[in-house]
Write a protein that binds this ligand. Sequence first.
Ligand code: HPA
Length: 247
Amino acid sequence: MSIDLAVIGGSGLYNFPGLENTSRHALDTPYGPASGDVVTGDFAGRKVAFLARHGESHTIPPHRVNYRANLWALHSLGARKVVGVNAVGGIRGDMGPRVIVVPDQVIDYTHGRYTSFCDVEGAEVRHIDFSEPYTESLRRELIAAAGKAGIAVVDGGCYGATQGPRLETRAEIARMKRDGCDLVGMTGMPEAVLARELEMDYACLALVANFAAGCGDEAEISIEEIFAHLAAATAEVPRILGVLLKS
Ligand code: HPA
């Protein structure tokens, strides 16, 4: 099958609105099952594959997502271009709730996740280049599409990937800020590096749901507020991807 674009939906994006003539694919992989069925269909005249990273009922926490199976499943269906949609907290002052960012760097603070397909004894060990963790051409396509759709996005920023599922402490975010992180999320890694290992183009649409701990006015971060902001930002995603697919 030829897939023009694969979309991995994060918190708040459990199906792809507007996808037509859909088929479901329950795929087992050498790494176990993916987060759920991959749904393929037509959108803006092109073939799209959609997978809900946390499962369609949001039952899989960030540290238990089978990232390898997800990327493998999309690759085995023929996808070579992937947009990961990720809910994030904003660290930088201009990355407040509802802002959409297309990051260009990553720092990985996660642990205990499978971060490579090269972990079978006796298999070839590959040290892939990851200086630029996102595919620049796909980042540019996303930014241009958002511009054409009249949706403001921030070009660039460093995504700090944390383990979750808890939110971070103020001290952890202060450290991440010193490290150079602009955003914090729980699912950006190892997704990006696994896509690179499979030689798939990969870019991230980061939807800011809240200011990260200690970065906003609130003493506490409310989950209700996170989901309200996320719903607003998520509504823009099909519009951006629709323009991208038509370009
Ligand atoms: N931290 C980590 N992940 C997140 C946050 C946050 O503050 N908000 C949404 N996803």
